[in-house]
Design a protein around this ligand. Sequence first.
Ligand code: HPA
Ligand code: ZN
Length: 335
Amino acid sequence: MEEFIRGLPKAELHLHIEGTFEPQLMFEIAKRNHISIPFSSVKEIEAAYEFDCLQDFLDIYYQGAQVLIKEQDFYDLTYSYLKKCAEQNVRHTEIMFDPQTHTERGISFETVISGINKACRDAQRDLGISSLLIMSYLRHLSEEAAFTTLKESLPFKEHITAIGLDSSEKGNPPSKFKKVFEASVAEGYIALAHAGEEGNADYVWEAIDILNIKRIDHGNNALQDPELVTEIINRDMALTVCPLSNKALQVVSDLKAHPLKKMMDLGLKVTVNSDDPAYFGGQVNQNYHEIHKALNLSKKDLYELAKNSFNYSLLNENKKKTYLDELESYYLTNK
Ligand code: HPA
Ligand code: ZN
């Protein structure tokens, strides 16, 4: 099965580029930028990655991102993630980045997006992986701050496909960002948002009704409300589910208690993703593998999940079809 998962063509639709920052690279970049970090070894860093909840993780995640200063740093971070994609037969990826984590420290929007974008362009050329970018607003900051970011993004609009909403969910409902989402969509960005990771079903309702999102990041707590589940199915929206993240942040007590199979059985369109692989103990294939083991998923289930990853990507229909054909022929010869 490990072999089947490794070769399975797939797309990754939910990952934060700052969350792919492996300790080894963090040390290297900290050193060349002469920034001290409060850890003296990779082992010490890894030992600090024990979380009780989302906020615990976010505190460490924002701290790690502080060593990213130059365009080359953002390039190296992104290219290193894309190399891992190539090893896992991730054919397409939709990368979230948090501009405010950097602009708040005086790093320009241009530095951030140029580094990320050049790495994506080189990976398309050298590794054959397609990618697109999702600019995420930090929900613990104000709507006004998100408006500033929207404005800063406009000269680089051609490189950005969608907007997202991430960071501390509880106490920061989607409705807080109604106006900036409307303005972003008017600029041509597609709306996505994290909802129902720690927040309840009412936050998912707000995300779909008030922010008009096209895909739900996480969405676990949608299961609290059967009417909401029906609505998500009727609107044909996918959930980008992140099993190892859910385990690490104690959204589920154990992978065996993960609702992924239940979601599929209810008719929800589910995809499997790594979220923040450097912090949660595994890349996307590890997520496929561990959830398969915990829930006894069949090859057909895994095929379904990979199919959803292309079908619910933001690619145009032509590109979707190319990847889906590749996936189907892989499945038919390896099932
Ligand atoms: N949830 C919210 N914000 C985040 C996450 C997450 O899982 N990862 C990075 N920012
Ligand atoms: Zn996330």
